[in-house]
Structure formats: C-alpha cells, structure tokens
Design a protein around this ligand. Structure first.
Ligand SMILES: *Cc1c(COP(=O)(O)O)cnc(C)c1O
Length: 378
C-alpha cells in the first residue's frame, strides 16, 4: 500500500500517464508555448463544461480574483465584503488594490459566507461581494444575488475549491459554481479539484463586455498589441498546463464522484461518534469535496491531529487563524470575538486525506485512527 497523503497526485498521474506525456511532448515539439492552440481549446472545452459564455485563462487563482476587481474598475477605498473564514488570497487581492476588505462571519452548517451578515455589512461604500465556495460547496447564491441586485453590487465568486459544483436556484435553474455572479475566479493549483502541473487559473463570466475588459487587463492593458489603454498585468496560462488541463477536464466528473464516494465512506464511519461533527451538505448545492473537513466536539483538535501524525496519517487544519486575527490584516474595526463561528471553526476543524485515488484500505486505516482517538477521549 502506498503511504497515505492528503492528495496523491502521482497515483492519479499514473492512470493517465500516456495521454499526459504525449500532450506535453506535443506542446514541446510545437514550440507554441504561450497562447498556443492548446490554450484556446482548453478555454472552449471549459466553457462547454461549465455552460458559461467566457472562460479567460490566467496564471493562478489569486490573479484571477485580482483581475476581476481591476476589470470592474473598483477604486481605492471601495468596500468589498468577503468571508472571514477563507484562504488569505481572497482578502489579499482586495487589500493589494487598496480596496477595503470588509469581513463577515460564516454559516456554522456550510462554513460559507453568512448572507444575513453580508446584508448588515453593506454601506454606501460597498461595491462588491466575494463569496467563497469553501471546501467544495456553493455559498447560498440565490439570496446573495438578490441582495447584490437590490444594492447594485458586483458579485465575484471565489471558485478555487469548488470547480464542478452545481447550485440550484429556487426556480429550478441549476448553475455551475463560478458562473452565477458577474465574475468567477478559479485556481488550477495542482492540489485543487481540477489541477495542472504547475500554476494556473481562470476567470468566468457571461458578460461579453466584462470578458473583453478582463482579457485586456490580463494582457498588459492592451487589446491591440503595443496600444495600452489601461494599466494591466501579465497573467497567462501556459500551453503545457492547458494541454494537461484538457485531459484532466475529461476526467473531472469521475474525479468528483470518487471524492464524493470517499466522503460518504467517511460520513458513515463517523456518523455515530459524538466527538466528531461530519461535514453537512447545503440543501441547494452539490459538494465536490475539495476538502473533507470534520469538527471535533468536546475533544482536542490539536491532539487529534498530533495523534494522527504519530501514526503517519496526514491531517491538515484549514484554517488555523481567521483572517481578522492575521497580523497583516489587523484593523481597528476587528476584535477577537467578533466572528464567533469563524473563530470556533478555526479551533475545531481538521481535514482528512481527500483525493481521487484514496483506496478503501487506506481509508480504513485513517478511520480507525480517528476513531481510536475520538473514542478514547470520549
Ligand atoms: C487556492 C485558493 C486561491 C488561490 O489560488 P492560487 O492558484 O494558489 O493563486 C484562492 N482562493 C481560495 C479559496 C483558494 O483555495
């Protein structure tokens, strides 16, 4: 049996090795390394997969988010509301552009942005909301979109962890994560659900004008070469990564099913353990399980993770420190205790190995170790 890893990218590669190797060599032989035909094909295949008008590839998920805010012409001092329980990139780009990140708490069941808290945080300076589809399921987009519409706010979805998740609106409409707001941004970092073999990212939009603007922003602010209408950046997905992503996109639905099946096995194993809270599913979103994240209930999370570590079972804490308690993001507006759900989650959550190649045998070892600690402690 292979050593258990949080994400096993080698085993996944081995199953598609022939296809991948050929695709990579073909790009190398073509010398079309930047903006080659593979990038264009990937873009079109991704548009078809998601059912969105425009996919704009870029260099990474952080750039994707930053580029959307540049394309929307957000100005220094504009407020952008986002969740306090997320990866730093979400707030980082807001702050880098001299916009003001306004953090709000999350929902204790789904860990996603609390729409009532968003409503309370709206001020005359608010320009945009950035919901994060955390761990693989969509934030509650129907009320969020209605709120944004009522207050004339942009919505930018951070879809780095939820590519392929589907959200159902009350009228029965089903949409892909990242394709509901004005913009969605995603990451193809290797460990993401659709990962390449390096850095990569993409922006999604159904708006033709916004698509042209964001494309221009990603290309030094030019739509005609050497004519720079805006101050942009250089952010590209390279052809080798695009070629790899084209192959992996064909397997994405199968990869999602493998993750969901693994999640179901974990759920069943931990269902009766009072010391553990298994991840709940949102009623209106599928869950693509970027992470399988449990909460400890009355036992020490840190001791649990250490106990697993001693048995060579990796477990990670996403995230140990809420954004409003991070040194770089300290602000007089924020104090400890302001976002009780986020703060509680940062003390109780831990994520178990979750990937497309997790075997039943490996999962049983993980389950046995988790239960050994949870049961003794209980
Ligand atoms: C991974 C991630 C990002 C950033 O993606 P990179 O490609 O690493 O820049 C942004 N937001 C969330 C929620 C992420 O998980």
């Amino acid at each position: 049996m292979r050593p258990i890893q949080m994400v096993d990218l080698i085993s996944q590669y081995e199953k598609i090795q022939e296809e991948i190797d050929k695709a990579v060599i073909d790009v190398v032989r073509s010398s079309a390394y930047i903006n080659g035909p593979e990038v264009k094909s990937f873009q079109q295949e991704m548009e078809d997969y998601l059912g969105v008008r425009h996919v704009i590839p870029c260099a990474n998920g952080t750039d994707a988010l930053q580029l959307t805010m540049m394309a929307l012409d957000l100005q220094p001092g504009d407020e952008v509301i986002t969740a306090s329980f997320t990866y730093v990139a979400t707030a980082e780009v807001i702050a880098l552009l001299k916009l003001t990140p306004v953090l709000v708490d999350v929902d204790p069941v789904t860990f996603n942005i609390d729409v009532d808290a968003v409503k309370k945080a709206i001020s005359p300076k608010t320009k945009a909301i950035v919901p994060v589809h955390l761990f693989g399921q969509c934030a509650d987009m129907a009320p969020l979109m209605a709120l944004a519409k009522a207050h004339d706010l942009y919505v930018i979805e951070d879809t780095a962890q939820a590519i392929g998740a589907k959200y159902s609106f009350p009228d029965g409409r089903v949409e892909s994560a990242g394709c509901m707001g004005d913009f969605g941004g995603t990451s193809f970092f290797p460990s993401k659900n659709l990962g390449c073999y390096g850095d990569g990212g993409a922006i999604f939009t159904n708006d033709d004008a916004l698509a042209s603007r964001v494309r221009m922003m990603a290309n030094h602010g030019q739509s005609v070469r050497y004519y720079h209408d805006e101050i942009g950046v250089n952010s590209r997905l390279d052809s080798i990564q695009a070629a790899i992503l084209r192959i992996k996109l064909r397997h994405l639905d199968m990869y999602i099913e493998a993750r969901q099946l693994a999640a179901q096995r974990y759920d069943e194993a931990f269902a009766d353990c009072e010391a553990l809270i298994t991840p709940k599913r949102a009623s209106n979103s599928t869950h693509v399980f970027h992470q399988y994240t449990l909460q400890t209930n009355g036992i020490s999370r840190d001791e649990m993770v250490a106990f697993l570590g001693e048995r060579d079972i990796p477990a990670m804490i996403y995230y140990p420190v809420p954004l409003h308690m991070q040194k770089a993001y300290t602000d007089e507006r924020y104090k400890e205790g302001m976002f009780p759900v986020t703060e509680d989650l940062c003390k109780t959550v831990f994520s178990l190995p979750m990937h497309t190649e997790l075997s039943i045998e490996q999962q049983q070892l993980i389950i046995d170790a988790v239960l050994a600690f949870a049961t003794v402690e209980n």
